[in-house]
Ligand binder design. Structure first.
Ligand code: ATR
Length: 270
Protein backbone atom coordinates (compact mmCIF):
# COMPACT_ATOMS: atom_id res chain seq x y z
CA UNK A 1 0.00 0.00 0.00
CA UNK A 2 1.31 3.45 -0.96
CA UNK A 3 0.66 6.23 1.55
CA UNK A 4 1.20 9.91 0.87
CA UNK A 5 -0.05 13.12 2.46
CA UNK A 6 -0.76 16.75 1.79
CA UNK A 7 0.19 19.23 4.51
CA UNK A 8 -0.97 22.81 4.95
CA UNK A 9 -3.03 25.09 7.14
CA UNK A 10 -5.90 25.28 6.35
CA UNK A 11 -6.02 21.93 4.59
CA UNK A 12 -9.64 20.78 4.55
CA UNK A 13 -10.27 22.68 1.27
CA UNK A 14 -7.33 21.04 -0.52
CA UNK A 15 -8.19 19.20 -3.75
CA UNK A 16 -4.98 17.14 -3.64
CA UNK A 17 -6.50 14.11 -1.83
CA UNK A 18 -9.33 14.08 -4.37
CA UNK A 19 -6.90 14.18 -7.31
CA UNK A 20 -4.46 11.57 -6.04
CA UNK A 21 -7.12 9.20 -4.69
CA UNK A 22 -8.92 9.34 -8.06
CA UNK A 23 -5.65 8.50 -9.79
CA UNK A 24 -4.95 5.61 -7.39
CA UNK A 25 -8.40 4.26 -8.26
CA UNK A 26 -8.05 4.81 -12.01
CA UNK A 27 -4.58 3.26 -12.18
CA UNK A 28 -5.57 0.29 -10.01
CA UNK A 29 -2.91 1.15 -7.44
CA UNK A 30 -3.50 0.36 -3.80
CA UNK A 31 -2.75 3.79 -2.39
CA UNK A 32 -4.12 6.67 -0.40
CA UNK A 33 -3.44 10.37 0.17
CA UNK A 34 -4.48 11.90 3.47
CA UNK A 35 -4.71 15.59 4.44
CA UNK A 36 -2.66 16.65 7.45
CA UNK A 37 -3.10 20.05 9.04
CA UNK A 38 0.27 21.37 10.11
CA UNK A 39 1.67 24.62 11.41
CA UNK A 40 5.09 25.81 10.25
CA UNK A 41 6.46 25.04 13.73
CA UNK A 42 5.25 21.42 13.66
CA UNK A 43 6.24 20.67 10.06
CA UNK A 44 9.56 19.02 10.94
CA UNK A 45 8.03 16.63 13.46
CA UNK A 46 5.05 15.92 11.21
CA UNK A 47 7.30 15.04 8.27
CA UNK A 48 9.43 12.86 10.52
CA UNK A 49 6.34 11.02 11.77
CA UNK A 50 5.10 10.41 8.21
CA UNK A 51 8.55 9.18 7.20
CA UNK A 52 8.65 6.75 10.13
CA UNK A 53 5.19 5.49 9.24
CA UNK A 54 6.46 4.53 5.79
CA UNK A 55 4.81 7.29 3.75
CA UNK A 56 6.35 7.82 0.29
CA UNK A 57 6.16 11.58 0.56
CA UNK A 58 3.87 14.58 0.68
CA UNK A 59 2.63 17.62 -1.11
CA UNK A 60 3.11 20.79 0.86
CA UNK A 61 0.97 23.87 0.49
CA UNK A 62 0.60 27.28 2.15
CA UNK A 63 2.08 28.35 4.54
CA UNK A 64 4.64 25.53 4.60
CA UNK A 65 6.41 25.69 1.23
CA UNK A 66 9.48 27.67 2.36
CA UNK A 67 9.87 25.66 5.57
CA UNK A 68 9.62 22.35 3.69
CA UNK A 69 12.40 23.55 1.40
CA UNK A 70 14.57 24.52 4.38
CA UNK A 71 14.02 21.15 6.08
CA UNK A 72 14.99 19.09 3.04
CA UNK A 73 18.32 17.28 2.55
CA UNK A 74 18.33 17.14 -1.27
CA UNK A 75 16.89 19.96 -3.41
CA UNK A 76 15.90 20.12 -7.07
CA UNK A 77 16.91 23.09 -9.21
CA UNK A 78 13.26 24.15 -9.46
CA UNK A 79 12.88 24.26 -5.67
CA UNK A 80 16.13 26.19 -5.31
CA UNK A 81 15.02 28.90 -7.75
CA UNK A 82 11.74 29.25 -5.85
CA UNK A 83 13.23 28.86 -2.36
CA UNK A 84 10.14 26.77 -1.75
CA UNK A 85 8.95 23.19 -2.16
CA UNK A 86 5.51 21.80 -2.90
CA UNK A 87 6.67 18.18 -3.09
CA UNK A 88 8.76 16.17 -0.68
CA UNK A 89 9.78 12.54 -1.03
CA UNK A 90 11.18 10.31 1.68
CA UNK A 91 14.10 8.27 0.36
CA UNK A 92 16.93 6.54 2.24
CA UNK A 93 16.21 8.45 5.47
CA UNK A 94 16.42 11.71 3.55
CA UNK A 95 13.90 14.32 2.47
CA UNK A 96 14.14 15.40 -1.16
CA UNK A 97 12.42 18.63 -2.16
CA UNK A 98 11.00 19.64 -5.50
CA UNK A 99 8.79 22.40 -6.84
CA UNK A 100 6.37 21.29 -9.56
CA UNK A 101 4.42 24.54 -9.99
CA UNK A 102 6.49 25.49 -13.04
CA UNK A 103 5.88 22.06 -14.56
CA UNK A 104 2.16 22.54 -13.88
CA UNK A 105 2.23 25.93 -15.58
CA UNK A 106 3.96 24.67 -18.75
CA UNK A 107 1.98 21.46 -19.17
CA UNK A 108 -1.32 23.19 -18.44
CA UNK A 109 -0.73 25.45 -21.44
CA UNK A 110 0.60 22.56 -23.54
CA UNK A 111 -2.57 20.63 -22.76
CA UNK A 112 -4.51 23.35 -24.63
CA UNK A 113 -1.78 24.29 -27.12
CA UNK A 114 0.22 21.12 -27.93
CA UNK A 115 3.94 21.77 -28.37
CA UNK A 116 3.61 25.30 -26.98
CA UNK A 117 6.95 27.16 -26.87
CA UNK A 118 6.95 30.76 -25.57
CA UNK A 119 8.87 33.44 -27.47
CA UNK A 120 8.07 36.74 -25.75
CA UNK A 121 6.24 36.63 -22.42
CA UNK A 122 4.53 39.26 -20.29
CA UNK A 123 4.31 38.28 -16.62
CA UNK A 124 2.23 40.23 -14.10
CA UNK A 125 3.38 39.82 -10.50
CA UNK A 126 6.58 38.86 -8.70
CA UNK A 127 5.45 36.72 -5.74
CA UNK A 128 6.01 33.04 -5.01
CA UNK A 129 3.96 31.77 -7.95
CA UNK A 130 5.77 34.13 -10.33
CA UNK A 131 9.13 32.57 -9.44
CA UNK A 132 8.07 29.10 -10.55
CA UNK A 133 6.49 30.49 -13.71
CA UNK A 134 9.50 32.61 -14.63
CA UNK A 135 11.78 29.59 -14.17
CA UNK A 136 9.47 27.54 -16.40
CA UNK A 137 9.42 30.24 -19.10
CA UNK A 138 13.22 30.35 -19.09
CA UNK A 139 13.42 26.55 -19.25
CA UNK A 140 11.00 26.35 -22.16
CA UNK A 141 13.16 28.77 -24.14
CA UNK A 142 11.39 32.14 -23.99
CA UNK A 143 13.65 34.71 -25.69
CA UNK A 144 12.26 37.74 -23.88
CA UNK A 145 10.43 37.85 -20.55
CA UNK A 146 8.90 41.13 -19.42
CA UNK A 147 7.89 41.36 -15.77
CA UNK A 148 5.86 44.03 -14.03
CA UNK A 149 4.74 44.28 -10.43
CA UNK A 150 2.86 46.89 -8.43
CA UNK A 151 5.84 47.10 -6.07
CA UNK A 152 9.01 47.36 -8.12
CA UNK A 153 11.34 46.42 -5.22
CA UNK A 154 9.69 43.02 -5.07
CA UNK A 155 11.02 42.23 -8.54
CA UNK A 156 14.54 43.09 -7.45
CA UNK A 157 14.19 40.52 -4.66
CA UNK A 158 13.90 37.72 -7.23
CA UNK A 159 16.89 35.35 -7.32
CA UNK A 160 19.70 36.39 -9.66
CA UNK A 161 19.12 33.30 -11.82
CA UNK A 162 15.74 34.80 -12.73
CA UNK A 163 16.73 38.48 -12.70
CA UNK A 164 19.43 37.88 -15.31
CA UNK A 165 16.82 36.55 -17.76
CA UNK A 166 14.03 39.12 -17.40
CA UNK A 167 13.32 42.73 -18.30
CA UNK A 168 11.59 44.81 -15.63
CA UNK A 169 8.75 47.06 -16.74
CA UNK A 170 7.27 49.81 -14.55
CA UNK A 171 3.73 49.05 -13.38
CA UNK A 172 2.49 52.19 -15.15
CA UNK A 173 3.59 50.76 -18.51
CA UNK A 174 1.94 47.36 -18.09
CA UNK A 175 -0.58 47.93 -20.91
CA UNK A 176 2.13 48.85 -23.42
CA UNK A 177 4.38 45.93 -22.50
CA UNK A 178 1.89 43.51 -24.03
CA UNK A 179 2.90 44.56 -27.54
CA UNK A 180 4.54 41.69 -29.49
CA UNK A 181 4.02 39.20 -26.64
CA UNK A 182 2.83 35.70 -27.48
CA UNK A 183 1.94 34.81 -23.90
CA UNK A 184 0.50 36.81 -21.00
CA UNK A 185 0.36 35.38 -17.49
CA UNK A 186 -1.30 36.83 -14.40
CA UNK A 187 0.51 35.46 -11.34
CA UNK A 188 -1.17 37.84 -8.88
CA UNK A 189 -4.29 37.20 -6.83
CA UNK A 190 -6.17 39.94 -8.69
CA UNK A 191 -9.33 38.61 -10.31
CA UNK A 192 -9.93 36.06 -7.57
CA UNK A 193 -13.35 36.00 -5.92
CA UNK A 194 -13.38 38.86 -3.41
CA UNK A 195 -10.47 40.70 -5.06
CA UNK A 196 -10.61 43.47 -7.66
CA UNK A 197 -9.95 42.57 -11.29
CA UNK A 198 -6.46 42.97 -12.73
CA UNK A 199 -6.30 46.52 -14.09
CA UNK A 200 -4.91 45.76 -17.53
CA UNK A 201 -5.91 46.87 -21.04
CA UNK A 202 -5.35 44.18 -23.64
CA UNK A 203 -5.45 46.41 -26.74
CA UNK A 204 -1.70 46.07 -27.44
CA UNK A 205 -1.66 42.27 -27.05
CA UNK A 206 -1.57 40.33 -30.34
CA UNK A 207 -4.77 38.32 -30.81
CA UNK A 208 -2.68 35.22 -31.41
CA UNK A 209 -1.23 35.35 -27.86
CA UNK A 210 -2.06 32.78 -25.19
CA UNK A 211 -3.50 34.28 -22.00
CA UNK A 212 -3.16 32.35 -18.76
CA UNK A 213 -4.35 33.23 -15.26
CA UNK A 214 -3.18 31.31 -12.21
CA UNK A 215 -6.38 32.33 -10.41
CA UNK A 216 -9.02 29.59 -10.77
CA UNK A 217 -11.81 30.91 -8.55
CA UNK A 218 -13.67 31.88 -10.70
CA UNK A 219 -12.55 29.60 -13.54
CA UNK A 220 -13.06 32.47 -15.96
CA UNK A 221 -11.52 35.54 -14.39
CA UNK A 222 -12.27 39.02 -15.77
CA UNK A 223 -8.87 38.85 -17.52
CA UNK A 224 -9.67 35.54 -19.24
CA UNK A 225 -13.15 36.75 -20.18
CA UNK A 226 -11.76 39.89 -21.81
CA UNK A 227 -9.07 37.84 -23.60
CA UNK A 228 -11.56 35.25 -24.86
CA UNK A 229 -13.93 37.94 -26.11
CA UNK A 230 -11.21 39.53 -28.26
CA UNK A 231 -10.16 36.15 -29.67
CA UNK A 232 -7.09 35.12 -27.65
CA UNK A 233 -6.50 31.50 -26.67
CA UNK A 234 -7.23 31.32 -22.94
CA UNK A 235 -5.95 28.80 -20.41
CA UNK A 236 -7.44 28.81 -16.93
CA UNK A 237 -5.55 28.27 -13.69
CA UNK A 238 -7.35 25.11 -12.63
CA UNK A 239 -5.31 23.06 -15.08
CA UNK A 240 -2.09 24.23 -13.41
CA UNK A 241 -3.33 22.77 -10.14
CA UNK A 242 -4.07 19.46 -11.87
CA UNK A 243 -0.79 19.33 -13.79
CA UNK A 244 1.46 20.22 -10.84
CA UNK A 245 0.21 17.04 -9.18
CA UNK A 246 1.46 14.76 -11.98
CA UNK A 247 5.17 14.69 -10.99
CA UNK A 248 4.18 13.98 -7.37
CA UNK A 249 2.09 10.95 -8.29
CA UNK A 250 4.85 9.76 -10.61
CA UNK A 251 7.50 10.18 -7.88
CA UNK A 252 5.49 8.10 -5.39
CA UNK A 253 4.21 5.39 -7.71
CA UNK A 254 6.37 5.32 -10.85
CA UNK A 255 3.18 5.81 -12.89
CA UNK A 256 2.42 8.96 -14.91
CA UNK A 257 -1.30 9.65 -14.49
CA UNK A 258 -3.45 11.18 -17.21
CA UNK A 259 -5.56 14.31 -17.06
CA UNK A 260 -8.62 14.22 -19.26
CA UNK A 261 -11.87 16.17 -19.30
CA UNK A 262 -13.64 13.61 -17.11
CA UNK A 263 -10.87 13.77 -14.49
CA UNK A 264 -11.01 17.57 -14.50
CA UNK A 265 -14.78 17.54 -14.03
CA UNK A 266 -14.60 14.99 -11.23
CA UNK A 267 -12.08 17.11 -9.32
CA UNK A 268 -14.01 20.31 -10.04
CA UNK A 269 -17.26 18.83 -8.76
CA UNK A 270 -15.79 17.70 -5.44
P1 ATR B 1 1.95 34.08 -4.31
O1 ATR B 1 2.98 33.41 -3.47
O2 ATR B 1 0.68 33.30 -4.45
O3 ATR B 1 2.47 34.55 -5.63
P2 ATR B 1 2.35 36.60 -3.04
O4 ATR B 1 3.77 36.20 -2.85
O5 ATR B 1 1.69 37.25 -1.89
O6 ATR B 1 1.49 35.36 -3.46
O7 ATR B 1 2.26 37.55 -4.34
C1 ATR B 1 1.11 38.15 -4.68
C2 ATR B 1 1.32 38.97 -5.96
O8 ATR B 1 0.10 39.65 -6.22
C3 ATR B 1 2.39 40.05 -5.85
O9 ATR B 1 3.01 40.24 -7.10
C4 ATR B 1 1.56 41.27 -5.44
O10 ATR B 1 2.15 42.53 -5.74
P3 ATR B 1 3.02 43.31 -4.62
O11 ATR B 1 4.36 42.66 -4.62
O12 ATR B 1 3.04 44.71 -5.10
O13 ATR B 1 2.29 43.16 -3.30
C5 ATR B 1 0.35 41.06 -6.29
N1 ATR B 1 -0.83 41.80 -5.80
C6 ATR B 1 -1.62 41.48 -4.77
N2 ATR B 1 -2.61 42.41 -4.62
C7 ATR B 1 -2.41 43.34 -5.59
C8 ATR B 1 -3.09 44.54 -5.99
N3 ATR B 1 -4.17 44.98 -5.35
N4 ATR B 1 -2.61 45.23 -7.05
C9 ATR B 1 -1.50 44.80 -7.72
N5 ATR B 1 -0.82 43.67 -7.40
C10 ATR B 1 -1.25 42.95 -6.36
Amino acid sequence: MIFCAVLGDPISHSLSPRMHNLWFQREGIDGCMIPVRSSVELLASNLEALQRLGFKGANVTLPLKEKAFQLSDVRSDASMVCGAANLVCFQNQQITADNTDGYGFTWNIRHTVPGWMPRQAAVIGAGGAARAILAALIETGAEKILVTNRTRERISQLPSALLSSIEIVDWQYRDEMLQDCDVLVNTTSLGMVGNPALPLRLDALPKSAVVNDIVYKPLETPLLKAARERGNIVVDGFGMLLHQAVPAFRAWTGVTPTIDQRFREMVLSS
